[in-house]
Design a protein around this ligand. Structure first.
Ligand SMILES: Cc1ncc(COP(=O)(O)O)c(C=O)c1O
Length: 430
């Protein structure tokens, strides 16, 4: 579409002041529609209920300053509370001083530091696997592993609630992808049986989150492994919310069932327990080396910066040496789950420090979130399609460094807001 370059385009965008005289290609019409004054975005913004992209002005782990107010942070994935640990911060600073601020290249070419190799060795050792490979984010890890390991002739069986990066990986892989109903292993079995009958020669991979990021529920690892073995499939667990959180010494979802050694591929991220950014995959030597040489997200993107690698190395050392952090994290999670249930909230089937508190429709969700901010508590507002319709929720999550007083304040705030908005006693089995 061409327009008179002297005439600004007609737009309902709130960014009107920035609109120029440039052409307005049809491609972008959806972008302008998104900001239509009668649309959800504009209404939520106008009522000061928009819960996303809130800047944090200061943070010391369990507390953060936003808009000048100090809030209790019950919406981070900083499970071990290590972002504010002086030992971790010092390690990051020393690495910056020694290696500089960035690697300016991919691992493949100029971006491999001795620190990267050390971290790969330590992670393989921690997870009891032959080899580890690093990626620059958790998202790139899952996308890259799937793209590398599965191809046109293979079939991926993927849980419908898997994280977006697994979905991206299945698409990038070009493999035939079957999505089974969330944690429904009868459905998965039916798919595997059909695949075995129709395409016996195809390579098969079952991919699932080890801990589901919205519900805090564990994958059914023993039954998944049985199915994988029965149908000659590999099993891949995305343990983003599991390593450094659950299992023996924080070794992840399979470890909670004593099955870590039997799972073929385990991926993890450094953006949660490990207080940084980046990700990794562990498994057998040949498989991991193949991924290192085939995953585009590893080969063609710059490597983890020195400070982040040093942060993860120090966090891993602390995880190994201070098991009391995990004990405290589990104690807190049990306490909060019971606390919410006793107040009459529905927390689904959470089994980890991720505790969803269901509040109902989208508008109630945003109002609930806003009221919690006014009470001094930050959580994440989660609405469909990330959760089923009518099950919008406050995603709460905890860290080993939350104090008892902070936990009480969080529960008190939920109690008051829950009553005020009529959610308590109306949303499930409370
Ligand atoms: C289950 C799961 N996998 C992968 C990721 C991506 O990790 P990252 O944020 O480190 O890229 C996330 C992030 O939230 C996640 O929840």
């Amino acid at each position: 579409m061409t327009s008179d370059p002297q005439q600004p385009r007609a737009s309902t965008s709130p960014h009107e002041a920035e609109a120029t005289t440039q052409d307005n290609p049809p491609l972008f019409e959806k972008c302008h529609r998104f900001f239509d004054p009668s649309g959800d975005y504009a209404k939520i913004k106008a009522n000061d209920l928009y819960p996303y992209f809130r800047p944090i002005e200061e943070s010391e782990g369990s507390r953060a300053v936003m808009n000048g107010d100090e809030l209790i942070m019950a919406g981070s994935n900083n499970y071990l509370g290590l972002t504010a640990d002086p030992r971790v911060q010092e390690a990051a600073q020393e690495a910056t001083a020694k290696y500089g601020t960035g690697c300016t290249g991919s691992r493949f070419l100029n971006g491999t530091l001795d620190l990267h190799l050390k971290l790969e060795e330590e992670l393989a050792d921690f997870m009891g696997k032959e080899q580890a490979v690093l990626f620059s984010t958790g998202y790139m890890t899952n996308e890259g592993v799937l793209e590398a390991i599965a191809g046109r002739n293979d079939i991926i069986f993927s849980d419908k609630d898997n994280h977006a990066c697994i979905v991206a990986g299945t698409q990038a892989s070009l493999a035939d992808t079957k999505r089974y109903r969330h944690n429904d292993l009868e459905h998965l079995r039916t798919m595997l049986e059909r695949a075995a009958a129709e395409r016996p020669e195809a390579g098969k991979l079952i991919a699932t989150d080890g801990v589901f990021s919205m519900s805090g529920k564990l994958a059914r690892v023993p039954a998944l492994l049985d199915l994988a073995n029965e149908f000659d499939a590999a099993l891949m667990l995305d343990d983003a919310h599991a390593i450094g959180v659950v299992g023996r010494g924080g070794r992840g979802s399979a470890s909670t069932f004593g099955l870590k050694d039997d799972v073929h591929l385990i991926t993890g991220t450094f953006s949660k327990s490990f207080a940084s950014i980046g990700g990794f995959c562990v498994g057998d030597r040949d498989v991991v080396e193949y991924i290192r040489h085939e995953a585009s997200t590893h080969m063609f993107s710059a490597s983890m910066p020195p400070s982040t690698v040093a942060t993860v190395l120090k966090s891993l050392e602390i995880l190994r040496n201070e098991p009391e952090r995990l004990d405290r994290l589990h104690e807190i999670s049990d306490y909060m789950r019971d606390g919410f249930r006793n107040l009459g909230f529905d927390v689904w089937e959470s089994e980890t420090p991720i505790i969803p508190v269901v509040v109902g429709d989208m508008e109630t969700c945003f109002r609930f979130w806003r009221a919690l901010i006014d009470e001094g508590v930050f959580v994440n507002a989660v609405v469909p399609p990330a959760v089923p319709k009518g099950q919008a929720l406050m995603r709460t999550s905890y860290m080993a460094t939350h104090t008892d007083e902070e936990l009480e304040e969080i529960l008190d705030a939920f109690h008051r807001v829950g009553h005020k908005l009529g959610v308590i006693g109306t949303n499930g089995h409370g």
